[in-house]
Design a protein around this ligand. Structure first.
Ligand SMILES: Nc1ncnc2c1ncn2[C@@H]1O[C@H](COP(=O)(O)OP(=O)(O)OP(=O)(O)O)[C@@H](O)[C@H]1O
Length: 934
C-alpha cells in the first residue's frame, strides 16, 4: 500500500494547495473561479517551455511561473472579478468558464496534442527505503510545500494585518473602506496569492503527468472536491480534504481495476463534490452574493419582425438540401443542436438555473436509444421518445441540488455530475464500452414518407422536429409555465410567497430540459451514424453553456446562432484547428460578455427605434412591451386600457375571516438572538402594526410568520391551527400574502405579468400539471383577480411596462397588487413606505385602508414611518432587541415612555415627562421616529 499512499500524498497535496487558492479567492471576492485549473495549466506549460524547451534551470523557471505569471494573472483576474461582481450568476460562471475554454484550446493550438510532452522530475529525487518501498525526496518536498504554504497562509490570515483585512473584506467591504483599508487592494492581494497557489500546483504536478491541456485543467479542477470538504471557507480543512481525496483516489487505483469502480480514482473528487453538495447542511453553504442591479432594459425585437424572420429562416432551411452538398449532415446536426440549445436555454436563460452537464443528457439519450433500437429492435420513434424519457429522472436527480442550494453550488454539482458520469459510466458496456468503438445510431427507414436512409430525408425529419421545438418554446415562454420560469429566475422567494411550490417548478424545468437534450443527442448522433465517449466530453458542456449565455436574441434565435457557430462554421471552414479556434473565440466572447456592462450589450437606441418602426411598434405605454404579445394579447390590452379608468363602484365580496397568531417565538442566528418571546395577533378587517428600532427583529418575525424561517421555539397559528411545518408557498395558498422590505419583484416581467402571477402562483401551487395551464374558468378568474388588483392600486397605465424599469413608488404598488391578486386574507407588509416620499406614502396608506375597509383584508404592517402607522393602524406591537416591549393603540404607543426609551435611548429627557400626552408626544416623535422612510 505504501507506494500508493505516497503517490496519493503527493497528488493530494497538489489538490489541497490548489483548493486553498481557490477558497481564498472565492471567500474574498465572491467569484468562484472555474478557471482555477486553467491557471495551473498555463503555469505547467510555461514551466515546460522555460525549463524543457528553453533549457532554463528549474529554480528560475519555477520562480517565473509562480512569482511572475501567478501574480500577473492574479491582477487580471481581480480586474475581471470586480467587473463581474454584480452580474447574474450565469454571467459570472460564463466569464471564468470562458478563460478555461481559451486556455484549454489555446494550449492545444500552441503545443499540439499529438506528441506527448513531459517534464522530467526536477526536484531532487534521491531515495530512501521504507521496507521494500523507495520513497523519493521530490514527493516529500511536494508534500511539504503544500502543507507549509497552507500553514503560512493560515497564519497570515489570522495574524497579519492584510490577512485580517482579507477576512474583513468578506464580511463588509464598505465598513473596511471606512477604516482606511482599500477593499480593492485587499482583494487584489488575495487574488495574487490564490492564483499563485494555482500556479504552484501546476508547476509541481507537471513532473508527474503527461502535459495534456484537458487532463491538466480537470486534474486541478479536482481542487473543487477539496474546497467542498472545507465548506468552501476553511483553508486547513480544504487542504486536509485535498490530501484525503488524493490518498483515497490513489488507493482506489490499487483495489479497483475493473467494473464501475475502475473509474473511481479519477471520479473521486467529483463524487466528493457532488456528495457534499447533496448532503451538506444548507446553512454551511450560504453563498455570498452582492445584489444584482435591476436591468430595467427589456427591449425585444417587435413580434412582427420576429415572425417574418422566422418564416424567412424556415423557408431558407427548406431549400438547404438543394445547395448544401456534402455539408448536409452538418445542417442536420445544426438543427439537432438548435434543439439542444433550446433545452439548455430553458434552464439557463428562462429560469435562471445553471447546468454544466448538458452533454451528459445527450450521451444518456444516445446510449439508451442505441440499446433499444439497435440491440432490442424497438421502432425508431419509440426508442427516441423513451431515450428522452430515461433522461427525465436524471434531470430530476440534478434538480435536488437545485432545490437545496441553487446558485453557484448548483452549477458546481452539475459540473461534478458530468465528469462523474464520464469517468465512471462511459466505459461501461451499457454506455459506450471500453474499446472506444462506441455505438451505432441509424436514421429511420420509413419508406412511406420518403425516409430511405438518405441524408436528405433525415434532414427534413430533423427540420420538422426542430421547427416544432422552436414553436413550442416560443409558446412556452408566453404561457403560464414561461411566466413561472421567468419569475423563478428573477425571485424564487417572490414566487414562493405567491403560492407556487418552487421546487415543483425547478424539477419540472430540469426534467423538460433533460428530455429535450436527450432527444437532441439522438437526432445529432443519427446524423453522424456512429459516436463514442469522446463525442461527449464534459468540457463540451461548458462550451454549450457559454454559447447559450452569449448568443443574442430570445428563443429561438439564440439557439439558431449558437448551433450555427458550433456546427456550420467548422463544416465550411475545413481545417484541423477550426474547432480549437472556435473554442478560443467562444471563450473570448464569454469573457468580454461577462466584463462589459449589460447596457453596453443592448442594441443602439437608433437601431431599436428603426426596428420598432419597421415592426409597427408604437411608443411605450400600455400597448408596448411584451405584455401585449402574449397569448392573451388582445384581451390583455383591452383590460389594461379599462383598468386605467377609475374603478366603478361595485360591491366587493369580503374575504373570509382569518386570524394569524404567533406565540412565544424565538429565533437565534448563531449567538445572536434576533427574536425572543414574541407573541402577537393579526386578524382580518384590521391593520396591526409591528414597530421597533432598526434590528429589533421585525423582518425576522415576518419571516417566521410567512414560513421563510423556522423558529427555534414557539408556534405560528392560522385560524387556530399550527402552520409551523407548512412551507411559505402553502401558507400563501392558505391566505397569507407578503411584501418585502427589499422588494422581491419579477423585474424582467411586465407589471401585468407580475400581477397575474400573484393570482396564478397559488393556482399552480405544487401541481406540475397546473404549472402548464388551467381550465378556462380558472383562467378567467385569474384574469379578473389581476384586473381588480391593478385597478385597486391604480396601475392601469403601467401594465405593459417592465417592472424593473419603474420607480420605487410604482414598484411598491406593483408588489402590493401582486399580493392582492392572490386574494389573501391577511397581508404582511414589510416597510412598504421605504423609499417613498410623503405624498406617495399617503397615497399608499389610502390604498391600504381601502383594502381593509372594502375587502375586509387584514394587514400586519412593519413600518418606520410613524405618520403612516398612526394613520392606519388599529393596534400596534413594539419590539426592542428582539423582545416585545409594549402593545396598544397608536395613541397609547406614542405616549408610552417604554417605547420612547426603545427608540430614543434612556437619556431622552422626554422619557421622564409623565405629563406628556399621547397627542403631544406624537408630534415630536413622528419626526424622530420617521427615519427618512428607511
Ligand atoms: N440571516 C441572518 N443571519 C444573521 N443575523 C441576522 C439574519 N437576519 C437578521 N439578522 C440579525 O437579526 C437582528 C434582527 O434583524 P431584523 O432584520 O429582523 O430586524 P428589523 O427589525 O427588521 O430591522 P430593520 O428595521 O433594520 O429592517 C439584526 O441584528 C440582524 O442583523
Amino acid at each position: 500500500m505504501l507506494p500508493f499512499l505516497i503517490a496519493g500524498l503527493t497528488t493530494g497535496s497538489v489538490y489541497g494547495l490548489a483548493g486553498v487558492g481557490l477558497v481564498l479567492t472565492y471567500k474574498t471576492s465572491g467569484i468562484f473561479n472555474f478557471a482555477h485549473g486553467a491557471v495551473a495549466t498555463v503555469s505547467a506549460y510555461l514551466f515546460y517551455s522555460l525549463h524543457v524547451q528553453a533549457g532554463l534551470p528549474w529554480i528560475p523557471a519555477a520562480a517565473i511561473c509562480i512569482l511572475g505569471a501567478g501574480p500577473v494573472l492574479g491582477v487580471a483576474f481581480e480586474q475581471g472579478a470586480r467587473r463581474m461582481a454584480a452580474t447574474a450568476l450565469s454571467t459570472r460562471v460564463a466569464g471564468t468558464v470562458g478563460v478555461l475554454l481559451v486556455v484549454q484550446a489555446g494550449a492545444v493550438l500552441i503545443y499540439g496534442d499529438t506528441r506527448p510532452r513531459k517534464v522530467p522530475v526536477f526536484l531532487p529525487d534521491a531515495g530512501f527505503h521504507v521496507g521494500s518501498t523507495t520513497v523519493t525526496a521530490d514527493r516529500i518536498i511536494v508534500f511539504a510545500v503544500g502543507i507549509l504554504a497552507t500553514a503560512a497562509l493560515y497564519a497570515y490570515f489570522s495574524l497579519a494585518r492584510t490577512g485580517v483585512a482579507m477576512r474583513a473584506v468578506v464580511d463588509d467591504p464598505a465598513l473596511l473602506d471606512t477604516t482606511g483599508t482599500n477593499p480593492v487592494a485587499v482583494r487584489r492581494w488575495a487574488w495574487m496569492i490564490g492564483i499563485g497557489f494555482a500556479a504552484t500546483s501546476g508547476v509541481l504536478i507537471a513532473q508527474y503527468v503527461n502535459l495534456d491541456a484537458t487532463a491538466l485543467t480537470f486534474l486541478v479542477v479536482a481542487a473543487f472536491g477539496a474546497a467542498a470538504l472545507g465548506w468552501f471557507t476553511s483553508l486547513p480543512a480544504t487542504y486536509a480534504g485535498g490530501l484525503a481525496i488524493g490518498i483515497v483516489a490513489s488507493l482506489a487505483t490499487k483495489y479497483f481495476d475493473s467494473g464501475l469502480l475502475a473509474g473511481l480514482s479519477n471520479a473521486l473528487p467529483f463524487l466528493v463534490l457532488f456528495a457534499v453538495l447533496l448532503t451538506a447542511p444548507r446553512r454551511r453553504l450560504t453563498e455570498r452574493l452582492r445584489a444584482v442591479p435591476r436591468s430595467g432594459v427589456a427591449w425585444t425585437t417587435p413580434w412582427r419582425l420576429q415572425s417574418a424572420g422566422g418564416v424567412a429562416v424556415l423557408a431558407l432551411l427548406c431549400f438547404v438540401p438543394s445547395f448544401a452538398g456534402i455539408h448536409l449532415v452538418a445542417f442536420s446536426e445544426f438543427l439537432a443542436y438548435a434543439i439542444l440549445f433550446l433545452s439548455l436555454g430553458l434552464l439557463v436563460r428562462t429560469s435562471g438555473q445553471v447546468s454544466l452537464c448538458h452533454v451528459t443528457f445527450m450521451a444518456i439519450g444516445v446510449c439508451t436509444f442505441s440499446q433499444l433500437h439497435v440491440e432490442k429492435g424497438w421502432p425508431w420513434a419509440a426508442a427516441l421518445v423513451v431515450a428522452g424519457l430515461v433522461a427525465v429522472p436524471i434531470g430530476a436527480l440534478l434538480a435536488i441540488p437545485a432545490i437545496r442550494l441553487s446558485g453557484l453550488y448548483l452549477a458546481l454539482s452539475t459540473f461534478g455530475f458530468g465528469i462523474l458520469v464520464q469517468y465512471m459510466f462511459y466505459s461501461q458496456g451499457y454506455m459506450f464500452g471500453s474499446l472506444g468503438i462506441g455505438v451505432t445510431v441509424p436514421t429511420p427507414r420509413w419508406s412511406a414518407v420518403g425516409l430511405d436512409g438518405s441524408d436528405r430525408g433525415y434532414y427534413y425529419l430533423v427540420l420538422i422536429l426542430a421547427a416544432a421545438a422552436a414553436l413550442a418554446m416560443v409558446a412556452l415562454n408566453r404561457s403560464r409555465l414561461g411566466r413561472l420560469l421567468r419569475a423563478l429566475a428573477d425571485s424564487p422567494i417572490g414566487l414562493a410567497t405567491s403560492g407556487t411550490a418552487v421546487n415543483t417548478t425547478r424539477v419540472l424545468v430540469f426534467c423538460l430540459s433533460a428530455f429535450l437534450a436527450a432527444v437532441a443527442g439522438v437526432l445529432d448522433a443519427a446524423a453522424v451514424g456512429q459516436v463514442n465517449g469522446d463525442s461527449y466530453l464534459p468540457i463540451t458542456s461548458l462550451v454549450y453553456f457559454v454559447l447559450v449565455v452569449i448568443s443574442v436574441g430570445g428563443a429561438p434565435w439564440y439557439a439558431i446562432a449558437g448551433a450555427a457557430g458550433l456546427t456550420l462554421v467548422p463544416s465550411y471552414v475545413d481545417n484541423a484547428d477550426t474547432s480549437n479556434w472556435l473554442q478560443v473565440a467562444f471563450g473570448v466572447f464569454a469573457i468580454l460578455y461577462a466584463v462589459t456592462a449589460a447596457r453596453a450589450r443592448e442594441p443602439h437606441p437608433a437601431v431599436r427605434r428603426a426596428l420598432d418602426r419597421l415592426g409597427g411598434r408604437g411608443g411605450r405605454g400600455v400597448l408596448g412591451g411584451r405584455g401585449v404579445l402574449g397569448v392573451l394579447g388582445g384581451a390583455r390590452a383591452r383590460d389594461a386600457a379599462a383598468a386605467s379608468r377609475p374603478e366603478p363602484s361595485r360591491p366587493i365580496a369580503p374575504v373570509p375571516p382569518a386570524e394569524l397568531e404567533i406565540r412565544d417565538v424565538r429565533v437565534a442566528f448563531g449567538g445572536l438572538v434576533a427574536v425572543d418571546g414574541v407573541t402577537l395577533r393579526a386578524a382580518t378587517g384590521r391593520v396591526t402594526g409591528l414597530i421597533g428600532p432598526n434590528g429589533a427583529g421585525k423582518t425576522t418575525t415576518f419571516n417566521v410568520c410567512s414560513g421563510l424561517l423556522r423558529p427555534q421555539r414557539g408556534q405560528v397559528l392560522l385560524d387556530g391551527r399550527s402552520v409551523i411545518r407548512r412551507s411559505a408557498s402553502t401558507r400563501a395558498r392558505l391566505g397569507l400574502g407578503r411584501t418585502f422590505q427589499q422588494m422581491e419583484l419579477f423585474d424582467n416581467l411586465t407589471v401585468w405579468d407580475n400581477v397575474v402571477l400573484g393570482a396564478e402562483g397559488r393556482r399552480a401551487g405544487p401541481n406540475a400539471l397546473r404549472h402548464l395551464a388551467s381550465a378556462p374558468q380558472t383562467a378567467r378568474d385569474i384574469h379578473a383577480a389581476a384586473d381588480s388588483a391593478v385597478r385597486t392600486c391604480g396601475l392601469g397605465d403601467l401594465t405593459g411596462q417592465v417592472a424593473g424599469s419603474l420607480s420605487t413608488g410604482q414598484r411598491r404598488l406593483v408588489e402590493l397588487a401582486r399580493c392582492l391578486a392572490g386574494q389573501p386574507r391577511l397581508l404582511l407588509l414589510d416597510e412598504p413606505s421605504s423609499g417613498l416620499d410623503r405624498a406617495e406614502t399617503r397615497h399608499f396608506g389610502q390604498i391600504l385602508r381601502r383594502v381593509v375597509d372594502e375587502h375586509g383584508v387584514g394587514i400586519l404592517l412593519v413600518e418606520h414611518d410613524m405618520s403612516l402607522v398612526t394613520a392606519i393602524c388599529d393596534h400596534v406591537y413594539v419590539l426592542d432587541f428582539g423582545r416585545p416591549v409594549f402593545d396598544g393603540t397608536p395613541a397609547e404607543v406614542m405616549a408610552s415612555p417604554v417605547v420612547r426609551v426603545a427608540y430614543l435611548g434612556e437619556t431622552d429627557p422626554l422619557a421622564s415627562d409623565p405629563l406628556a400626552s399621547a397627542a403631544d408626544a406624537a408630534r415630536p416623535h413622528s419626526a424622530s421616529l420617521t427615519t427618512g422612510g428607511e
